[in-house]
Design a protein around this ligand. Structure first.
Ligand SMILES: Nc1ncnc2c1ncn2[C@@H]1O[C@H](COP(=O)(O)OP(=O)(O)OP(=O)(O)O)[C@@H](O)[C@H]1O
Ligand SMILES: [Mg+2]
Length: 446
């Protein structure tokens, strides 16, 4: 059951909205102003969505939005405003609002916006990454020469305006690096906007990116600026760019070339100044060869390509990374210091970490929960680390039933069947939920 927090200084509006959403099955809390809302959030933790009035005494809607985005960025915020001007709207979107509604609005309209926000939110596996990168400072040194070179190049490239394409296996840290490149760049005081191309339908993604005009499609009840408008002067990070549909590739190409676009259903050309970073864990060149990805767009994006190496190719980093993650994790859990036993450390060092830094981090988090003394023993590590490697004697081809894809498909089906939620399944597989979502779609699983 999704939880909503309704913040409005008008008692009637509060009560009316609360009744309505309770009736639709939401768990609803109310607050009479921004200060009360912050008190509630600090005391009781995050909610899924905050619906806040724009104009309130003390802490107004915009300030509330900024505080929420700073402290609990995974909470979606919708602002309600009596002053539905475009300036307000763009300002709110820039500050990270999911959407705004101009008063007066109908209950049906607000329900539509809330449902859509929650739908998009639940698909947004980037939330967790966003929280992670805000919560902790990324670890940006390495004992591996190729990784150090990559970080140096990234730092240099950050200061240019060039488009950057990040490639590399799932969990190698592409999202974390993209955000860091923004911080290193001259645009760091401007917005950083992330859009995952894999998790939204073509239609939703188009309007998320470019915005839309009222009446452009059913449910477009008003003009809405897109995320590219909100990213003006800043950086946009397009995650899983390999998943852009052909139609959106075409529209996006124009944006990359001209820094201009129209909202869906709009005639006015909007010009922006945006630095583009894109990421993919697909082989884009192969996608081009197979005509699934436009060659001209590929060359536009492929100005500076940074291939983040998998963890097994920088094995010297495994233990130092694990130790720093362990320290961060014990501090966060207010636990006394923990260390890895020599046997546990040896296991970690020898394992191949197919899920890369994400898998390593999950293993460390899990071990912190399971360890009761002051040492992490092999028992506290996930079973995966102990599965025997493929025996050398048998040819690999004899163990692979058909091909890699069908094997992957079978494993996904099995793990999905054993996991209560998509997130759990993703964790077991060591990939993120959006990747799993996409694979499930690609393999046509259920
Ligand atoms: N430099 C880093 N320092 C600390 N932790 C990191 C670092 N890079 C990655 N991680 C950890 O690994 C997780 C996965 O990183 P990230 O989401 O950036 O990978 P990705 O390459 O984008 O994966 P995918 O292709 O699946 O989207 C992060 O949430 C974080 O916990
Ligand atoms: Mg990613």
């Amino acid at each position: 059951m999704p939880t909503l927090l309704i913040v409005d200084d008008e008692k009637n509006i509060r009560a009316r909205l609360a009744d309505f959403f309770r009736g639709s099955g939401y768990q609803v809390e109310t607050a009479e102003n921004g200060r009360a809302a912050l008190d509630y959030l600090n005391k009781s933790g995050a909610v899924d969505l905050v619906l806040a009035d724009f104009r309130m005494a003390e802490v107004n809607g915009l300030e509330l939005l900024q505080r929420i985005k700073g402290e609990m960025p995974e909470t979606s915020v919708i602002l309600m405003t009596a002053y539905g001007t475009i300036e307000n709207a763009v300002g709110a979107m820039k500050a990270g609002a999911y959407d705004y509604l101009a008063k007066p609005f109908s209950l049906e309209q607000i329900q539509h916006v809330v449902e859509r926000a929650l739908e998009i939110r639940s698909l947004r596996a980037e939330n967790r990454t966003l929280r992670d990168t805000l919560e902790e400072r990324p670890i940006l040194d390495s004992g591996s020469e190729p990784m150090r070179r990559l970080l140096d190049t990234a730092r240099q490239a950050a200061r240019s305006e060039a488009t950057i394409l990040l490639t590399g296996e799932s969990g190698t840290g592409k999202n974390v690096l993209a955000r860091q490149i923004h911080r290193w760049s001259g645009r760091s005081s401007h917005p950083y906007v992330m859009v995952n191309c894999a998790t939204l339908s073509e239609h939703l993604l188009e309007s998320e990116l470019f915005g839309h005009m009222r009446g452009a499609f059913t449910g477009a009840i008003k003009d809405k600026p897109g995320r590219l408008e909100a990213a003006d002067k800043g950086t946009v990070f397009l995650d899983e760019i390999g998943d852009l549909t052909p139609a959106l590739q075409t529209k996006f190409l124009r944006f990359v070339q001209e820094q201009a676009f129209e909202r869906v259903g709009g005639a006015e050309t909007i010009r922006v100044d945006i630095r583009i970073i894109a990421a993919t864990n697909r082989e884009l060149a192969a996608e081009v060869a197979e005509h699934r990805f436009r060659e001209d767009l590929f060359y536009r994006l492929n100005v500076i390509t940074l291939k983040v190496p998998p963890l097994r190719e920088r094995a010297e980093d495994i233990l130092p990374l694990a130790e720093r993650m362990l320290r961060a994790e014990t501090i966060r859990n207010h636990r006394p210091e923990l260390k890895f036993s020599p046997e546990a450390a040896e296991r970690m060092r020898k394992y191949t970490w197919p899920g890369n830094l994400r898998e390593l981090r999950n293993a460390v988090e899990r071990a912190v929960v399971l360890a009761s003394g002051d040492t992490i023993e092999p028992d506290h590590l996930p079973d995966n680390l102990f599965r025997e490697p493929l025996p050398d004697s048998q040819p690999v081809s004899a163990q692979v039933p058909k091909n890699l894809e069908s094997m992957e498909r079978e494993v996904i089906i099995r793990v999905l069947g054993e996991s209560p939620t998509l997130e759990d399944a993703a964790q077991t597989l060591g990939i993120n939920a959006s990747t799993l979502w996409r694979k499930r779609k690609r393999y046509g699983i259920e």
